[in-house]
Design a protein around this ligand. Sequence first.
Ligand SMILES: CN1CCCC[C@@H]1Cn1ccc2ccc(-c3n[nH]c(N)c3C#N)cc21
Length: 242
Amino acid sequence: MRADVITIFPEYLAPLDLSLIGQARRRGVLDLRVHDLRDFTHDRHRTVDDTPYGGGAGMVMKPEPWGEALDRLVAGQASRPVLIVPGPGGMPFTQAMARELATEDWLVFGCGRYEGIDERVYEHAAHLAEVRVVSLGDYVLNGGEVAVLAMVEAIMRLVPGVIGNAESLVEESHEGGLLEYPVYTKPASWRGLDVPDVLLSGDHGRIASWRHRKRLERTAARRPDLLHTASAITSADLESVP
Ligand SMILES: CN1CCCC[C@@H]1Cn1ccc2ccc(-c3n[nH]c(N)c3C#N)cc21
């Protein structure tokens, strides 16, 4: 998988050099490139923003640097990427979207700042890429970089070869629509708190059933909205939770 990130704060993406994503980049499993939008400006001050037409507070990102960046990266290439532009008004970013994007060959992430990117950039980009405006959640950040860090991690960990043990992806939160089960490690007793006996039993059938039950109870308690669309549960499961 190739992924490009366009930003005015390339150092914000430095965490993508670390841990599993960083190792996958060094192993050549991920071809992740970060581009400074200011490298696509031509004035002395490397200007990327200007005042909004129609008035109002704040600044808007100028279309020219974005147009040049996208043309340089995408125009004339044999394949067409998915351009993901984070924004509070975007489609919700979900595990299902992460799974789908992990199957793409090429993703481009555009990190906006200020009051946003000139709308004509989205229109121009539609000739070069499949454009998706995606939101991390219903709260307001100052720019797209934090969202891209989260999205890149959520997507790239699903790319084959990035995580060594693919089995660990099976029963994690939101896989099958349920939250994750509680986990424990040594010591078996800690400050008077004991690991549930079933987990010490060695009975893998009982352990699997207990874990499924815990996922169900945790989802019902914290995210009841997920229950009716979860693929990992039966009608009997649904009737068994309050
Ligand atoms: C505050 N300021 C004026 C109102 C509009 C947004 C703007 C700030 N801003 C600029 C670019 C940009 C990109 C993403 C986000 C963002 N916020 N919340 C999310 N879930 C986000 C995502 N994903 C915010 C951004």
